[in-house]
Design a protein around this ligand. Structure first.
Ligand SMILES: Cc1cc2nc3c(=O)[nH]c(=O)nc-3n(C[C@H](O)[C@H](O)[C@H](O)COP(=O)(O)O)c2cc1C
Length: 399
């Protein structure tokens, strides 16, 4: 059982300090689930490493008194910062209050939070307890389309403004540590958004051979078998049109990793594209998200211009997550065309270290680092952050 004790934050000055501390605090089951990537974890590592391959070229003498992130809008919603919280499942394994603590920290900081479908606190509770939260719902489209729509309708009714459909998970990636230790949700916790669907808990605890599809056998984790049972393995672009016809919420596709899919997404009429490889947890050896971002931004701009029949402003926003650990990472992502940057694991580390206070501190640190990086590169506002701030390190090799 995770303690709800708070640790001393004063020596924790960056996100990797929180990670180190959290690794000492979390029970093995939870730590393995949170930290793991797929297969050999190449993409997991590269998401972080790729940011280091990009170098910042600062400008000077530009009056950076009063650097400000204010007035930034994401899909029409004014937020305190372009740094947002990505959906991560089952947060009560990190802290007794789970998603509620994260939501409270986000609301206090004016940060946007995308709530996972697979939460340990029901979406209604989040809406009721934290009414000021800028909240999005992350959605998995299940085989049972009625059950899927039920979650969407409940989110609409409870003030969620955007639905982020995760499209990179027709099956769960192979996470070796979860398989070795047969990861399953601890018995005192439940998937709260489905509390009234009688078989969910039972399916989740399935032991033995698991589903027929997707490969794998008896060694797989409880979660992987559960996803096999409920997840729609036959998703196509038609399901996005189907969702569009059933909701007035804005639609974001989370898990786009190619320019061609970005183009199809624009044609499908989505409101934004979220460049993500699920934190390196799905298909291993895909490129780091920050390296895919420029291609996708280009594809989106050209598809939007074509759709409008001329050169146009973007119109479809692009977000990115994966490996963002410092303010300079955020600055690079914004410079390369992201309108928002999401963080996954660092929030879980903050949660493990001290619930709401821990998450607040993680958000504060990253925002402080972003402001400082902006000032040191000659950017007073977010509109000063442009592509010429960033160069790939390989471009220096011809000296
Ligand atoms: C423990 C964990 C659980 C996650 N659960 C979900 C989920 O339920 N739905 C989803 O779309 N993405 C999920 N993700 C992916 C995140 O939304 C995000 O894409 C990823 O964590 C970003 O990478 P980062 O952890 O390096 O910041 C999860 C990631 C982790 C680490």
């Amino acid at each position: 059982m995770v303690s709800s004790k708070q640790c001393d934050f004063s020596p924790l000055v960056c996100l990797s300090d929180f990670e180190r501390e959290a690794r000492n605090i979390l029970p093995r089951n939870a730590l393995n689930y949170y930290k793991s990537g797929a297969d050999e974890e190449h993409t997991l590592a590269d998401n972080v490493a790729a940011f280091r391959r990009l170098r910042l070229i600062p400008r000077v003498l530009r009056d950076v008194e009063g650097v400000s992130l204010q007035g930034h809008a994401i899909l029409g919603q004014i937020v305190s910062s372009p740094i947002c919280v990505a959906p991560t499942a089952m947060q009560k394994m990190a802290h007794g209050q789970g998603e509620l603590a994260t939501a409270r920290a986000c609301a206090k900081k004016g940060t946007l939070m995308a709530l996972s479908t697979l939460t340990t606190v029901a979406l209604e509770t989040i809406a009721e307890e934290v009414p000021t939260l800028h909240r999005w719902l992350q959605l998995y489209i299940y085989k049972d389309l009625e059950a899927t729509l039920d979650v969407v309708r409940r989110a609409e009714k409870n003030g969620f403004s955007v639905v982020a459909v995760t499209v990179d998970t027709p099956f769960l990636g192979k996470r070796r540590e979860d398989e070795r230790h047969k990861f399953t949700l601890p018995s005192h916790l439940a998937l709260a958004n489905f509390a009234d669907q009688k078989n969910d808990r039972e399916m989740y605890k399935v032991e033995g051979g698991g589903g027929k599809e997707g490969g794998g056998g008896g060694g797989r984790s409880g979660l992987s078998k559960y996803v096999d049972v409920i997840q729609n393995h036959s998703l196509t672009w038609k399901h996005i049109a189907w969702l569009r016809s059933h909701t007035s919420m804005k639609i974001v596709l989370k898990g786009i990793h190619s320019g061609e899919d970005a183009r199809l997404a624009v044609e499908a009429g989505v409101d934004a594209i979220w460049v993500s490889n699920h934190g390196g947890r799905q298909l291993d050896t895909v490129p780091a998200t920050i390296e895919m971002l420029p291609d996708i931004v280009r594809a989106v701009r050209s598809a939007v211009a074509k759709k409008k029949g001329g050169a146009g402003s973007s119109g479809v926003e692009v977000f990115v997550d994966g490996g963002v650990r410092t303010g300079t990472d955020v600055l690079k992502a914004l410079a390369l065309g992201a309108n928002a940057v999401f963080i996954g694991r660092p929030v879980l580390w903050g949660l493990a270290c001290g619930g709401e206070e821990g998450v607040s501190r993680v958000l504060e640190i990253l925002n402080e680092e972003l402001r400082l990086s902006m000032a040191l590169s000659g950017c007073r506002t977010l509109s000063d952050v442009t592509k010429d701030l960033v160069r790939h390190q390989s471009s220096f090799s011809n000296l």
